[in-house]
Design a protein around this ligand. Structure first.
Ligand code: MF3
Ligand code: CO
Length: 250
């Protein structure tokens, strides 16, 4: 069941999204060669708490950290670690959910560490384009499945693959609500997009094969062929005037 949000609820989620966007803007400044993913997690958690909010991922289904920090071939749910030191040319995705007064916002952003190869820069740019192309078609009258179709077209056009095991989702007072938002094309066009829906679009794009394997920690997914993976995610609200990005950094 898709839970439609009132304008007041959307405003509450936008407030959570604003805090989250602030974290990403700060991370953009601090992410450089030599810092650990554990440090990134601590900085994010501190900013969220200082804003009077909480990091919703901590303890969610037993997930132990405020953020997911996924480096290079890690697709998602990378554990922040003291012994993962970022180096020149790495590609890292930081994903988090902010809870402000019970209302949530979810956004993952990728960062290039120092100077990277053209291959990494291209994957980064195309993945961002995938997110914004997906948002563009998230309008009343279209269907949820149209989002995945738009994303897959961009990814495939650039020679990349779209991760299938992890999808976008409705969000509100729970991290994961209906509908599921696939980032690839299927024969099913899915539910109609209507006013008051709030969901994430969060394409994970691989330079190689779309398949993933799970680490022994039971959480971290990485590409099966060791290829690089990138992700951008926003939480959006559907209005008569089009989608509003609740986690916008501008
Ligand atoms: N932010 C993630 C998402 O987009 C949620 C990660 S689940 C957690 O769905 F357990 F790692 F927190
Ligand atoms: Co999400």
């Amino acid at each position: 069941m898709i839970i439609i949000k009132t304008p007041e609820e959307i405003e509450k989620m936008r407030a959570a999204g604003k805090i989250l966007a602030g974290v990403h803007k700060r991370l953009k400044e601090i992410i450089k060669p030599g810092i650990t993913t554990k440090y990134i997690d601590e900085v994010a958690d501190e900013i969220i708490e200082a804003a009077g909010a909480t990091a919703e991922q901590k303890g969610y289904k037993g997930y132990p950290f405020a953020t997911c920090t996924s480096v290079n071939d890690e697709i998602c749910h990378g554990f922040p670690r003291e012994d993962i030191v970022l180096k020149e040319g790495d590609l890292i995705t930081v994903d988090m959910v902010v809870n402000l007064d019970g209302y949530l916002a979810d956004s993952a952003w990728s960062y290039i560490v120092g100077e990277a190869s053209q291959e990494v820069i291209d994957l980064y740019n195309t993945t961002k384009e995938c997110l914004y192309k997906g948002i563009e078609v998230a309008v009343i009258g279209n269907r949820i499945g149209d989002i995945g179709r738009a994303i897959e077209e961009v990814a495939k056009g650039a020679g990349y693959s779209v991760v299938r095991e992890f999808v976008g989702h409705g969000i509100g007072t729970n991290i994961h609500e209906d509908p599921q938002v696939l980032h690839y094309r299927t024969p099913v066009r899915g539910p109609r997009i209507t006013e008051g829906m709030v969901f994430t679009i969060e394409p994970m794009i691989n330079a190689g094969h779309w398949k993933s394997k799970l680490d022994d920690n039971g959480w971290t997914a990485r590409t099966i062929d060791g290829s690089m993976s990138c992700q951008f995610e926003h939480t959006i609200a559907i209005t008569k005037d089009g989608p509003i990005i609740l986690t916008d950094q501008d």
